[in-house]
Design a protein around this ligand. Structure first.
Ligand code: ZN
Length: 134
């Protein structure tokens, strides 16, 4: 793993949370993006090397909506950048971690992503991400 790439935060409403985080971080949101397959709208902020990703559910039964229902708004996942996502997935699987997707999938912010089951990581949802290079 190369570095902590971003922290994902589940929010009820981007409309209210974007201006909140703009004030908090004293920086503008640089990108909003909908990920239809995950049924989320996302908003990104950059601070130094790291990013904050806000996640809003697009449906009442989406994973983010369910997360907020169970735990309330807050930190949803930690994302680590990797150079070789498939190699890292294999390594973690052989170490006994459970992958939530068998193959890397297309995430927000031009990334291939894979999630690890939080049951095996002390309750913390971990995302591996690798930038898609064209
Ligand atoms: Zn993320």
């Amino acid at each position: 793993m190369l570095k902590l790439e971003h922290i994902g935060i589940a929010v009820k409403s981007l409309e209210t949370s974007i201006p909140l985080f703009e004030k908090l971080l004293n920086t503008s949101c640089y990108k909003t993006e909908s990920v239809d397959t995950e049924r989320v709208n996302t908003a990104f902020f950059q601070k130094g090397e790291s990013k904050i990703e806000l996640l809003e559910s697009t449906t009442p039964d989406g994973v983010i909506a369910k997360f907020i229902e169970k735990k309330s708004e807050g930190i949803h996942h930690l994302a680590f950048e990797v150079a070789d996502i498939e190699g890292e997935m294999k390594r973690l699987q052989s170490e006994g971690f459970t992958l939530l997707n068998e193959t890397p999938k297309k995430g927000a912010d031009n990334k291939l992503v894979c999630f690890l089951h939080p049951k095996g990581t002390n309750g913390v949802l971990i995302e591996l991400c690798q930038e898609i290079k064209y």
